[in-house]
Design a protein around this ligand. Structure first.
Ligand code: HEC
Length: 91
């Protein structure tokens, strides 16, 4: 019973992260690549990156969502925040 619950939790977080990555890569990579000398993800990994907290990340994603001209609902935005947090920011 416990194991089943754990597996469901792992599976659903995997789906969310995969969704976050898919949303991110379709809407956000291109502009960031033009900023980052061809490597779109260096924005998140550079030493002087601007986002330092989860709150800051949420604000930045909300702001950049407008720049990307997509209309994501809250859960889609959250999926992208989760993806970036886990993959790059580690907070
Ligand atoms: C039209 C261009 C553009 C698009 C599209 C765009 N961004 Fe950005 N993004 C920027 C710029 C410009 C910066 C700031 C770069 C700097 O600080 O030098 C930035 C920075 C960021 C940062 C902060 C990086 C740091 O310094 O820690 C995050 C997070 C981010 N963007 C997320 C997103 C997400 C998520 C999307 C897709 C919804 C997106 N961006 C789409 C232009 C864009």
């Amino acid at each position: 019973m416990r194991l089943a619950l754990l597996l469901v939790m792992i599976a659903s977080s995997g789906v969310t992260l995969a969704q976050g990555k898919a949303l991110h890569d379709s809407a956000c990579l291109q502009c960031h690549a033009s900023l980052g000398g061809g490597d779109p993800n260096q924005l998140y990994t550079r030493g002087d990156r601007t986002v330092k907290s989860l709150d800051g990340l949420k604000k930045r994603v909300a702001y950049c969502t407008k720049a990307a001209d997509v209309s994501w609902d809250k859960s889609q935005q959250q999926a992208v925040v989760d993806y970036l947090r886990q993959r790059f920011y580690n907070f």
